[in-house]
Design a protein around this ligand. Structure first.
Ligand code: BG6
Length: 489
């Protein structure tokens, strides 16, 4: 180990993601002592910048996650000294050869391991991969490339991208990131299922009525309208983040915790799912809304968004898994921007108790008395289980209470950002939390037909006010399957 070095090149270093997530995550890893002894970080982008300017830019977004942590300033200094910058074109092999020379200087004859983080728009992606692999890959160590979505916009474009990538890289060099897989509570899903006796036996159609995957944000697409309009919420959130959670939730027990075993199970369950049908989707777009004297913009107020855009900023969808475990159980997804809160959660609604002795004491709405397990991915990470309980006293009245594991109360250490976990895994060659190409294909097959249909038929979205709880279409969709959204009760 002492004789090897890791160089991390952030391609697209001046972009938002690099500034907000990648550099801060690298610093956090450095702070925690997780980076190898010999490492160098290079920023690469088109704009002209000196090392000092890059350091200055990066330093503005570095934070010590916990206030007043020891030596934080000193650590930042040390970290920044190991950050360098090179300006170059994304499609120039010559410029990447310059990078290669610079990297070699830093590697100083040690075994060279190189990680490229491609944080660039999809149209330059392949050029950058070609140039990096032809001119700047390691001669005697590993070369790995982290790629960010969008991985295409449907099955065909995604397959074309995969083919293009595979001209230059082997599958085991490609790390397709879905940052939701790096979130603490998403990683914990398997622990919850497979290390507790009391959940796994209930994890099937026999006991589960429906599963809800809910993503909401309390801000719109401000500043990202240009990107967003070409993709929409279904591609931006559902096809990747929510579907990944669903796969982990619903997969069979893997043979082991090895990356291939887990990903095999994820692919299997994705392939057992029915492609989404038009009638199982509700779409909506946010409109302007004035509240407390403040006017919040409509999606279409964004200058980069066409005035007649039909792009959904909200969608709800119902999925079914055609296998023995899940036959008939609706998996409902809901994702939206510009809603009343920011929250991601998984809700598992269990069936009614057969022959419930306490029916009389519950009232007329039996649905309200079923158990519900909620896994709140963010914010305020928590896992809680709603159970029925007797209200103390001489009468016999039932009440629903929460058995509640609130992370902030249970653990004092701060939860790492998803990007920290994923960058560390990529450096260590751990592929468990990255998307394999067959997984990606399976994910696109579920959405491609309906996306085409929505676009070809120019389906008009329902409109919901900025900051609201979303459109009624989501309720109608859930009601078709006798489901009520748990987050709105
Ligand atoms: C990204 C989407 O993948 O995830 C964004 O492109 C979204 O639209 C973001 O805002 C949400 O991530 P997080 O970690 O802030 O929940």
């Amino acid at each position: 180990e002492g004789k090897s070095t890791v160089s991390i090149t952030v391609v697209g270093a001046s972009g938002d993601l690099a500034k907000k997530k990648i550099f801060p995550a690298l610093f956090a890893l450095y702070y925690e002592g997780c980076l190898p002894e010999h490492f160098t970080i290079f920023g690469y982008a088109r704009s002209k910048m000196t090392d000092a300017e890059l350091r200055n830019m990066v330093s503005r977004t570095l934070t010590c996650r916990i206030d007043k942590r020891e030596n934080c300033d000193e650590k930042m200094e040390q970290f920044l000294k190991r950050c360098f910058y090179l300006s170059g074109q994304y499609d120039s092999q010559e410029n990447f050869a310059d990078l290669d020379r610079k990297l070699k200087e830093h590697e100083a004859g040690r075994v060279s391991n190189r990680l490229f983080y491609l944080s660039v728009p999809p149209n330059i992606f392949i050029d950058a991969v070609r140039c990096a692999s032809l001119s700047a890959s390691s001669a005697n160590g590993w070369t790995r490339v982290i790629v960010e979505k969008p991985f295409g916009r449907d099955s065909d474009s995604s397959a074309a991208l995969t083919r293009a990538l595979k001209q230059y890289l082997d599958e085991d060099q490609i790390f397709r990131i879905d940052h939701y897989l790096g979130k603490e509570l998403v990683e914990n899903l398997s622990v919850l299922r497979f290390s507790n006796l009391i959940f796994e036996p209930l994890w099937s159609r026999q006991y589960i009525r429906n599963v809800q995957l809910i993503f909401s944000e309390d801000f719109g697409t401000e500043g990202r309208g240009g990107y967003f309009d070409n993709y929409g919420i279904i591609r931006d959130i559902m096809q990747n983040h929510l579907l990944q959670i669903l796969a982990l939730f619903a997969m069979e027990t893997p043979v082991s915790l090895d990356a291939e075993d887990i990903r095999n199970e994820k692919v299997k369950v994705l392939r057992s799912m029915r492609p989404l049908q038009l009638e199982d989707v509700a779409i909506a777009q946010y409109k302007s809304h004035t509240r407390g004297g403040v006017t919040y913009p409509a999606y279409k107020d964004d200058k980069a968004v066409p005035k007649d855009s039909l792009t959904p900023t909200f969608a709800a969808a119902a999925f079914f898994i055609d296998n023995a475990r899940w036959d008939g159980v609706p998996f409902l997804m809901k994702a939206g921007k510009a809603l009343h809160n920011r929250r991601t959660e998984i809700r598992v609604q269990f069936r009614h108790v057969p022959g419930n002795l306490y029916k009389r004491n519950i009232g007329t709405d039996l649905d309200l008395a079923t158990n519900e397990l909620v896994i709140r991915v963010q914010p305020d990470e928590a896992i809680y289980l709603k159970i029925n309980n007797k209200v103390p006293g001489l009468g016999m009245r039932l009440d629903r209470s929460n058995l509640n594991l609130l992370y902030s109360a249970r653990y004092s250490k701060e939860i790492p950002d998803a990007y920290e976990r994923l960058l560390l895994d990529a450096i260590e060659g751990e592929r468990r939390l990255f998307i394999r190409s067959d997984e990606l294909d399976a994910a696109w097959s579920l959405f491609t037909p309906v996306l085409k249909e929505l676009e070809e038929k120019k389906i008009v979205p329902e409109y919901y006010p900025y900051g609201s709880r979303g459109p009624v279409g989501a309720h109608y969709l859930a009601a078709r399957y006798k489901v009520r959204w748990g987050d709105l009760e």
